[in-house]
Each structure stands twice: as structure tokens, then as C-alpha cells.
Design a protein around this ligand. Structure first.
Ligand SMILES: Cc1cc2nc3c(=O)[nH]c(=O)nc-3n(C[C@H](O)[C@H](O)[C@H](O)COP(=O)(O)OP(=O)(O)OC[C@H]3O[C@@H](n4cnc5c(N)ncnc54)[C@H](O)[C@@H]3O)c2cc1C
Length: 500
């Protein structure tokens, strides 16, 4: 019995049909639904979401201080002005998304507590059959859709990534991953060690420093940070002049993007100078006697990993005040009372927080089958990180690492709406991307060039990800400044698009 036959036996016979099925009600899924309603009114669609509400990342993460690390003028949607301080809390982001849902009457399209288990494509019917499980009852429900819009994010929401260290079972205290922050955690009088040096550690530490007996950031190697006031002077000025919020949003977006572009170029052209500036800004807060050489001087050039913004330098203020400290060392093993380091030093701890990252979930942990064959995503080639060879009628939203994720959500949404409109004009029920004759000898490379960008969750899972070629259209470039022109200019009648 092949996979398709087995599935059709297990699936319920009754199914609901939609033109488009959107996976996930995070910032990407809600944004995509907005664009669909505005650009292709009348298209029937449903959003299926595992969780009990919208928000994705901003609903899942509940650790103290949870906030964005990029500004909300660019992390917010192009179509909805952001009127608060640029760095926003999860609650503020959820409220902003809630307004989008209400203003555009999206709630009636969302089915919460529906986990999609499988997606089967049939070329005979030109349909996806989606099998989902209702979280509360375990009941299986089936949907069919012409087009699948994958807005599943990039990591598994039910678990964080925690490496296995020797002796973890011996530790007498509590080990917590920030992604699953417990309600009942008591910090008062506790010694806390936070393992990690990314945005999560940088946010969490100043937010618990006053509540516990002491907090130590334990990092294997340092990370770059940017600091500054959590305000955009231009926005404040324009507000004083009573300029409309729509205009302020657009002007401030352009300013931020312009400055980010210039900064990215500087990171490539004069990395040493940028490095000195970033570290100098930290030194200015923690003082000249602090060992920034050991704790805040990364070995890689700026921008190889995302640079978190630390508003009002709160992490560094906590370090300066002595409430927080940094240890740069490696873990030998956990002990009953804390952590033994490779240097031989020990760190006493009552609570250990593993801010060690994510487990990538490439396609929402959905089991994909194309015409009876299980999809091996790593055997596909990406078309600009949006479509994949051998996978018809499907688009994938994967945002930017270095610019705001949502800039790409908006770009991909415009592309998908244009593609769906083009299919309608052509009378096509199927579209897929395929290598053209001139692409057949193209070298196939890893999804992302590790020399360009190499965060842990990508490096651990590169073998699961699609391949890229050596031409711009067969790459997922992660470069907003190229894609903002290239994606809208895509010729939908290029030979790479095959319609039937
Ligand atoms: C703590 C934190 C802070 C961040 N800060 C920033 C920032 O400041 N700027 C930035 O650009 N990026 C940031 N990011 C990256 C961030 O995740 C993205 O920017 C963005 O929120 C992702 O949105 P999304 O909707 O694509 O995915 P997610 O937020 O991951 O949402 C995906 C949704 O899909 C649902 N889903 C997945 N699989 C299934 C399935 N099989 N069936 C049904 N539903 C499913 C999930 O439940 C989830 O709700 C941050 C990430 C984290 C973890």
C-alpha cells in the first residue's frame, strides 16, 4: 500500500475546501491573510493554527522581559503604522496583531488548536489534502486546498534546544529553557546562571537581575550587540509636527532600512572599524576597567550572526551595577550545586536557564507527500526561498535573519497574490518551479552559505534544508535590499514557472 492509499483510508471522508490554506497564525500567517483579502478579495481561505491564539513567537515566549530585538517600524507590517517605541514587548506585538485581525475581520478565517499532521498533493485533482488534529479532542479533520501557504516559522514551539551536558541529572536545582518559561518559578534569593549570549539571554538577564540573588551570563564565546535609546528621534519630531502616523511609519521605515543597508555595507567594507565602535559603545557603559576583550569581543566579523539591539543598554547597566556578571568559558559538566567549567572554576547555581536556541522545524513538522511519494525537502532546489522544485502550488515564508523577518513576509505575500492572480488569468490549476535547460549543470550548494551566515539552529539542520544554485533566482539570498526589487520584478512567465 503506498502512502497515498494509506492516508486516504485513515482520513475522514468529509472535508472542507478552501482556495488557500495558510499554516500558522503568527506574524507571517496574519500578514499573509491580510494581503490575500486585500489583493485577491473573494478568495476563500482558512488559517490553521496549533496554539490557542494568534501570535506564534510572541504567544509562545513568556520569559521575563520578552521583547523584539529589531524595531517595530520594520518588524511591523508595511500596511499598519507602528506608533509605540521601536523595541516592543510581546504583549505590545500581540495587541498590534490583534488590531490587524479585527480591522480586517480575519478572526472568522482562523481555526485555533488545529495541528496539521500531513499534506498530500495530488496532480490528478490539483489539490492538497490536509490532515489536521484538533488539540482538545484528538479528532482528525480533513481540508482540501488549491494552494498551500506555509507560514509555520522556523522553530518547534513545543520545545527549545538544550544540548546534553554531562551531569545534568546530578544538578539539584531547576533547569529551565526560556521558550517554556514556567509560571511557578521562584527567583527570590536564587543564584541564576543563564547559558547563552544571544538576544534571549541579553533580554532575560536585566529583567531578572533585580529579582534574584545574582545572575551570571555563561557564554562559550562573545556576541555582538548594539545599544541605543529605545526611541526614534525622527518619529518623535514628526509626531510633534502632527504628521499622520501612516506617513511617519513609511518615513521611519525608509530611514531605518537606509541606515541598516549602510551598516551592513560597512560591516563588509570596514569590519574592524565597526567592531571597534560596537565594543566601544559597551565599554562606555561598563567602564574602562571591564574586560570587554574577553567578554564582548567576538572572533567573527560583525553581521555573520544577527546583532541584537539592547535598548537603553539595560544588559550592560546590570553588569555595571554588579547585579549581573559574565563568564566566558566552557562547560565541563553540571554538578549538584552548579556548573564545573573547563577552566576548573565552578559556578554555583540554584536555577540554570538554557538560552541555547531553537530546534528548527523546516515545514511545520508536517509530513509532506507529493503524488504518493514522501517529500524529501533537502532534495529540492529553492526558487528565491519561496518555492521549491517538485512541490506544486506551495509557497514558504521564511523571513530575514538580519533585517526584520516581516519585511520578507510582505514581499512573499505580494508575490503569492500575483502568482495566484496570474494562474487565474492563465486558467492554470497548477504551478511549480523547475530547473530550466540552462540550469541543469548548475552546482547545487547548501541552502545558506555558512561563510555568510551561520547561526547554530541552521548549521545543525542544514542537511534538512533545500539546496541553492549559483544564480540569484535559485538562491535564498537573505538580502532584503536586493530582494525588494528582484521579487516584485519576477517574470511569472519565465521558463522556471511551469503551469498546467
Ligand atoms: C524571542 C524571539 C524574539 C524574536 N525577535 C525578533 C525580532 O525582533 N525581529 C525579527 O525580525 N525576528 C525576531 N524573531 C524571529 C521571529 O520568530 C520571527 O521574526 C517571527 O515572529 C516569525 O513569525 P512567523 O509567523 O513566521 O513564525 P512563528 O512566530 O514561529 O509562528 C508560526 C506559527 O505556526 C504555527 N504552526 C507551525 N506548525 C504548525 C502546524 N503543523 N500546524 C498548525 N500550526 C502550525 C505555530 O504554532 C506558530 O503559531 C524572534 C524570535 C524569537 C524566538
Amino acid at each position: 500500500m503506498n502512502v497515498e492509499t494509506a492516508r486516504s483510508i485513515s482520513a475522514s471522508t468529509a472535508s472542507e475546501h478552501f482556495d488557500v490554506l495558510i499554516v500558522g497564525a503568527g506574524i507571517s500567517g496574519i500578514g499573509s491573510a491580510y494581503h490575500l483579502t486585500k489583493q485577491l478579495p473573494g478568495t476563500s481561505f482558512v488559517i490553521l493554527e496549533t496554539q490557542e491564539s494568534f501570535g506564534g513567537t510572541w504567544l509562545t515566549h513568556k520569559y521575563p522581559g520578552i521583547r523584539s530585538d529589531s524595531d517595530l517600524h520594520t518588524f511591523g507590517y508595511s500596511f499598519k503604522p507602528w506608533v509605540g517605541p521601536p523595541i516592543a514587548t510581546a504583549a505590545e506585538i500581540l495587541s498590534y496583531m490583534g488590531e490587524v485581525i479585527e480591522d480586517s475581520d480575519l478572526a472568522r478565517h482562523i481555526r485555533y488548536k488545529h495541528r496539521i499532521l500531513s499534506a498530500d498533493w495530488s496532480s490528478k485533482t490539483s489539490l492538497w489534502t490536509i490532515d489536521a488534529e484538533k488539540i482538545d479532542s484528538g479528532e482528525r479533520v480533513t481540508f482540501t486546498a488549491n494552494f498551500l501557504w506555509m507560514c509555520q516559522g522556523y522553530y518547534r514551539h513545543t520545545e527549545g534546544y538544550t544540548p546534553e551536558w554531562p551531569g545534568m541529572k546530578d544538578f539539584a536545582g531547576r533547569i529551565v529553557h526560556p521558550q517554556l518559561w514556567p509560571d511557578d518559578i521562584e527567583l527570590a534569593d536564587k543564584k541564576v546562571v543563564v547559558i547563552g549570549s544571544g538576544a534571549t539571554a541579553a533580554t532575560l538577564i536585566p529583567n531578572i537581575a533585580d529579582k534574584c540573588a545574582g545572575v551570571t551570563m555563561l557564554q562559550r564565546s562573545p556576541t555582538y550587540f548594539r545599544t541605543g535609546r529605545n526611541a526614534i528621534e525622527l518619529a518623535e519630531e514628526l509626531r510633534k509636527l502632527q504628521v499622520k502616523e501612516e506617513w511617519i511609519h513609511e518615513i521611519v521605515r525608509r530611514k531605518i532600512l537606509f541606515e541598516q543597508d549602510a551598516f551592513t555595507k560597512r560591516c563588509l567594507e570596514e569590519p574592524e572599524k565597526v567592531k571597534k565602535e560596537l565594543i566601544g559603545a559597551i565599554s562606555a557603559v561598563v567602564g574602562p576597567d571591564y574586560d570587554v576583550g574577553t567578554h564582548f569581543t567576538p572572533s567573527y566579523r560583525p553581521w555573520r550572526q544577527r546583532i541584537a539591539f539592547v535598548p537603553d543598554a539595560d544588559l550592560f547597566q546590570s553588569i555595571k551595577s554588579g547585579k549581573a556578571s559574565v563568564v566566558t568559558d566552557e562547560i565541563e559538566r553540571f554538578t549538584k550545586d552548579g556548573i564545573l567549567l573547563k577552566s576548573g572554576k565552578t559556578l554555583a547555581a540554584d536555577i540554570i536557564v538554557t538560552a541555547t536556541g531553537f530546534n528548527l522545524n523546516v515545514l511545520g513538522d508536517i509530513d509532506f507527500v507529493i503524488d504518493g511519494e514522501r517529500l524529501d525537502f533537502s532534495k529540492t532546489v529553492t526558487y528565491r526561498g519561496m518555492m521549491f522544485t517538485g512541490v506544486p502550488n506551495m509557497a514558504w515564508v521564511f523571513g530575514y535573519f538580519r533585517a526584520s523577518w516581516t519585511l520578507r513576509t510582505d514581499l512573499v505575500a505580494d508575490f503569492v497574490c500575483r502568482l495566484l492572480g496570474h494562474m487565474k488569468d492563465k486558467g492554470a490549476s497548477k504551478v511549480r518551479v523547475a530547473l530550466r535547460p540552462e540550469d541543469h549543470n548548475m552546482p547545487l550548494l547548501t541552502w545558506i552559505d555558512p561563510q555568510n551566515f551561520n547561526p547554530g539552529y541552521v548549521m545543525r539542520n542544514m542537511h534538512l534544508l533545500p539546496k541553492r544554485g549559483d544564480k540569484p533566482e535559485w538562491q535564498h539570498s537573505q538580502d532584503y535590499w536586493t530582494e525588494k526589487d528582484a521579487i516584485p520584478a519576477t517574470d511569472l512567465d519565465d521558463k522556471a514557472f511551469v503551469y498546467s
